[in-house]
Write a protein that binds this ligand. Structure first.
Ligand code: ZN
Ligand code: ZN
Length: 390
């Protein structure tokens, strides 16, 4: 059916051409941030560069928001709703193994998650929308957020008022994603990124001489049983000092991931019960401590539909990834999504034909920069539609 074909094809309209004309700027900005990575809450030069570019584009700019965060505001012509666009800006303590012309110049620090691309997309999108402010009924706010890799950058920005004055009605954000092929986009309503809780489990026994195990309670034995019973929840184990000494105490570390608050509470409760039960059966005892966690990212159905339409207009319906796109990683975009309806989505950035396959956080990580204009175009279309224009 011709109408269906047309709807499925990318829309090569004036907006598409405008975004395409900004490719070189996107690549230059992304490579600048890639060369100069800064870790969580140390993003001072990154924040200064962002603020400078936003001011040049005519945005109202606030710096030092919740630490090293930067907020930019584009006010439209007529009043209306306010959309927040979130981009995370921090790098990782990874030594880059790539030898590209734009490889990290800071030993031991690397944009190994694509946040350099998110920052470039945010800046170019801000320039593009600032140039179309007369088409916007309402306000677009940009949150350049620090410290995502420690899931500790969003909450301070919210506490510092990023969702107020003007009050934010909805939020969108994207993650460049190397497991998804460049040209494809993943948009999904409901739970999308998992919650994460770090946990510490201490197992207590009674130490003594290794040759007299009948006088001791070996917490390592109990810990080993707990690890087996808890399957993949535990990723760190530490205890004991010598082969002939039974330790008093063993410490286990791990992480729990879930997509709903109910599953999250159930998992944590069952893990505590299981540890205490297994330890008790071996005359040891166990104590579970839950560290600062992150909520799941849950996408609002209406905002997700808006983003889906924007993605179809950009890449065509056949390039929306089919099936369940949920990710077991977590992201503090969850803080914004818990406060206002929104959508977090993935823009494919991998390209096996060009050897771009390294996983996120790896020292060989890279993106296909063809993903950058796609990210800008999807967000621009979503913003223009949300604020009353298509
Ligand atoms: Zn990451
Ligand atoms: Zn990331």
């Amino acid at each position: 059916m011709p109408a269906r074909r047309a709807a499925a094809s990318p829309n090569h309209d004036e907006l598409h051409r405008d975004v395409a004309s900004r490719l070189q700027r996107l690549v230059e900005l992304r490579r600048h941030f890639h060369r100069h990575p800064e870790l969580a809450l140390e993003e001072h030069a990154t924040a200064a560069t962002i603020a400078e570019h936003l001011r040049q584009a005519g945005l109202e700019v606030r710096t030092g928001v919740g630490g090293t965060g930067v907020v930019g505001v584009v006010r439209g012509g007529p009043p209306g709703r306010t959309l927040l666009i979130r981009a995370d800006i921090d790098a990782l303590p990874v030594r880059e193994a790539n030898d590209s012309a734009y490889a990290s110049r800071v030993p031991g620090k690397m944009h190994a998650c694509g946040h350099d691309g998110h920052t470039a997309i945010g800046l170019v999108l801000a320039e593009l929308l600032a140039g179309r402010s007369d088409q916007l009924h309402g306000t677009v706010k940009f949150a350049f957020q620090p410290a995502e890799e420690q899931v500790s950058g969003a909450a301070p920005m919210v506490a510092d008022g990023v969702l107020r004055d003007p009050a934010v009605d909805a939020v969108i954000g994207l993650h460049l994603w190397s497991p998804v092929h460049v040209g494809d986009v993943t948009v999904q309503a409901g739970p999308f990124f998992a919650s994460a809780d770090s946990l510490t489990l201490r197992v207590f026994g009674r130490g003594g001489h290794g040759a007299m195990p009948h006088h001791n309670v070996d917490p390592i034995l109990a810990a080993a049983q707990i690890v087996t019973a808890a399957q993949s929840l535990v990723s760190m184990i530490h205890g004991g000092t010598a082969g002939n000494i039974v330790a008093d105490q063993v410490e286990l570390g791990g992480t729990v991931r879930a997509y709903t608050p109910e599953d999250r509470a159930l998992l944590l409760r069952r893990l505590s019960e299981l540890a205490q039960g297994v330890a008790g059966a071996l005359r040891a005892s166990a104590e579970l401590t839950i560290g600062g966690g992150s909520d799941a990212c849950v996408n609002d159905p209406a905002i997700t539909e808006l983003v889906r339409r924007a993605a179809i207009a950009t890449v065509g319906a056949e390039h929306l990834t089919p099936g369940d796109g949920r990710q077991s990683v977590s992201d503090d975009m969850a803080v914004f999504l818990a406060s206002v309806p929104g959508c977090y989505f993935l823009v494919g950035a991998g390209n096996p034909e060009r050897g771009i396959t390294a996983p996120h956080h790896s020292n060989h990580f890279d993106i296909d920069e063809g993903a950058l204009p796609i990210g800008v175009e999807v967000m621009a279309r979503a913003a223009l539609e949300f604020l009353g224009q298509t």
